[in-house]
Design a protein around this ligand. Structure first.
Ligand SMILES: Nc1nc2c(c(=O)[nH]1)N[C@H]1C(S)=C(S)[C@@H](COP(=O)(O)O)O[C@H]1N2
Ligand SMILES: [Mo]
Length: 423
């Protein structure tokens, strides 16, 4: 007969008096150093990629060009890495942001399992055994608080379509750096230990301090529990990644906006972010009365849609790739080159950046600033047509911006004014 541990024989009433600070309170046989180490290493790789793609996403929408792109106050030193986002390859933002959002969703079960695996530690007493231990626990506050904050704001933003109008970037930007401080500290302190446990196991004679001292009988092995976490992540991957692809993959992307259904037939049948009706743009605004204003050192010019169509037309096959992670396949856009309009405005040689204003009166994203390298790219258009037909009202009729490799937010719809050189 196996020896019964004394704690096992505690009467039920007494056992229920245990507090979470008592190691015997936590009884799942799944907790243990190996289980935590596997999840920790997965998170180390995944969260690193998440952080890097997040920084790239921030750089991609030209936050330092004009406050209309980003109002994050005093980002100061934290903006040290910003660079001018390239225009090629044309699917660049589709890739980086698709990865960012998809990794974020797929890591949710891993993050939750990891937090669950170490939860007894959260209640351990005394709260700090030494100054070092106190600092370590403080860094956990940044790590766990930062990670939960980032996951929650990110998920709400992609699922609920801009829950935090205007403030999401600021929240998510500062949250990322708070999270990073905890993440780096925690990695330095814990990663060597996790690698050691995974390589060599726990040294003989040493206790597994993450395992329950008084476990309940197992109903699931540790390996089985890890497999369940993996299956959860896989399910999320299958039901979310598809919104970056057309066809059958988009149809099974049931859990995210812009997934689940095919865009349908017709030249303008691809995903719409905000409809014209949603931002109260009426046919009267975009009809015969509409004029495009182009401004620059050469003066101010106004063009009707017919006049724009009479200019030299160029084509570009480019996707729409939203910050929320969804994207479309390449669409065939046709219209006037931004660099040709810059030449008209008085910049015949080296076009500068451009300030774009939509006729949309309220809400975010009605004004944007594009950088000179974006204006110079021959594929950057003031598009008038898509896939062989005039733009539909929802895709920005009478004219919209389309720029290679740029985030969807910079592809302003229902354009009214282009001011070259003054950002
Ligand atoms: N005027 C205006 N332009 C806009 C927006 C907007 O809200 N208003 N949304 C932007 C965003 S966030 C994206 S992702 C793309 C989506 O373009 P689509 O609706 O044609 O797919 O338009 C961009 N252009
Ligand atoms: Mo977007």
């Amino acid at each position: 007969m196996p020896e019964r541990r004394p704690t096992r024989s505690l009467p039920g009433a007494l056992r229920s008096l245990r507090t979470p600070a008592d190691p015997g309170f936590w009884r799942s046989p799944v907790r243990g150093a190996r289980f935590t180490a596997v999840l920790g290493i997965v998170l180390l790789a995944g969260l690193t990629l998440l952080f890097v793609t997040g920084l790239l996403s921030y750089a991609a929408y030209n936050p330092d060009l004009n406050p209309v792109n980003d109002k994050t106050p005093g980002k100061g030193l934290l903006g040290f890495y910003l660079f001018s986002w390239p225009t090629g390859p044309h699917w660049l933002y589709r890739l980086t942001q698709g990865l960012h959002v998809t990794i974020g969703i797929v890591l949710v079960p891993v993050l939750l399992a990891k937090l669950w695996s170490v939860i007894p530690r959260l209640f351990a007493l005394p709260p700090a055994r030494s100054v070092g231990h106190a600092l370590e626990r403080l860094s956990l506050l940044l790590l766990i608080g930062g990670a939960l904050f980032q996951f929650i704001t990110g998920l709400l933003n992609i699922q609920l379509d801009y829950l935090f109008p205007g403030s999401f970037y600021t929240l998510h930007f500062y949250g990322a750096w708070v999270f990073l401080a905890g993440f780096v500290t925690h990695t330095v302190l814990k990663a060597p230990q996790a690698v050691r446990v995974l390589r060599n196991g726990i040294p003989r004679g040493e206790p597994d301090t993450l395992a329950a001292p008084d476990p309940l009988p197992a109903t699931l092995s540790r390996r089985g529990a890890l497999a369940m976490v993996g299956a959860g992540s896989l399910l999320l991957l299958i039901t979310s990644a598809g919104r970056s692809f057309d066809g059958p993959l988009r149809r099974i992307a049931l859990l995210t906006p812009r997934g689940g259904t095919d865009p349908g037939p017709g030249p303008n049948a691809f995903q719409v972010n905000k409809t014209a009706a949603a931002v109260r743009i009426t046919p009267a605004d975009t009809g015969e009365r509409w004029r495009l204003t182009v401004r620059g050192p050469a003066g101010e010019f106004r063009f009707s849609r017919a006049e724009l169509l009479a200019m030299e037309q160029h084509s570009a096959a480019l996707p729409i790739a939203c910050v929320e992670g969804w994207s479309t396949s390449d669409q065939q856009w046709r219209g006037v080159r931004l660099s040709d309009l810059a030449a008209l405005a008085g910049f015949p040689d080296r076009p500068p950046g451009v300030f774009v204003e939509s006729l949309q009166r309220g809400g975010s994203f009605r004004k944007t600033a594009l950088r000179d390298n974006q204006v110079r790219d021959g594929r950057s258009l003031l598009a008038l047509e898509v896939n062989g037909a005039p733009l539909s009202p929802d895709h920005g009729y009478p004219a919209r911006i389309i720029v290679p490799a740029a985030p969807g937010v910079l592809n302003t719809k229902w354009v009214e004014t282009l001011t070259f050189g003054e950002l």
